[in-house]
Design a protein around this ligand. Structure first.
Ligand code: ZN
Length: 153
């Protein structure tokens, strides 16, 4: 998926008086349309949040031209196929009304969705053997925000 840089931003609202379940990742996407594997950054942030955490991790993106999804991480061809299939499904220019010129990105983001939930047990994401978490970029390159919410269970 090319060169990428993921930065774990300082948690918001981390005053000693308030314990927050919210963490933020900043992800630089390298091209207009790509899936960026953020699994290790989510796992790292979770471990720093609470190495013994058990419950649910909610991974969401507050954007309208990017999304988040889970799929195979072992073979990078799968992520490329997803991007290319979406490009065939939703052409770049198809007489859209939205004047910003990125209507295809809005449509792809809605198809992919903007949130996934993952079970967490004792500080570890309970992912399937082949599962990775992807930030799905459709109007990059740019810096995207990924919000992590940890719900204790
Ligand atoms: Zn737009």
């Amino acid at each position: 998926m090319g060169e990428r840089r993921v930065r774990i931003a300082k948690a918001r609202g981390s005053s000693p008086l308030t314990s927050t379940p919210f963490q933020v990742l900043e992800v630089k996407t390298p091209s207009r349309e790509t899936l960026v594997d953020i699994t290790s950054q989510v796992q790292k942030t979770l471990a720093e949040h609470d190495p013994y955490f058990t419950g649910l991790a909610v991974v969401s993106v507050p954007h309208t031209t990017a999304g988040v999804t889970m799929n195979e991480g072992a073979d990078p061809a799968v992520a490329r196929d997803i991007v290319q299939a979406l490009a065939r499904l939703v052409p770049r220019d198809a007489g859209y009304s939205h004047s910003e010129g990125n209507s295809d990105a809005h449509l792809k983001a809605s198809l992919i969705g903007n949130q996934v939930m993952i079970q967490v047990e004792a500080g570890h994401l309970r992912l399937g053997t082949w599962q990775s978490i992807y930030l799905a970029e459709f109007d990059g390159p740019r810096t995207r925000r990924v919000d992590l919410t940890f719900l204790a269970g």
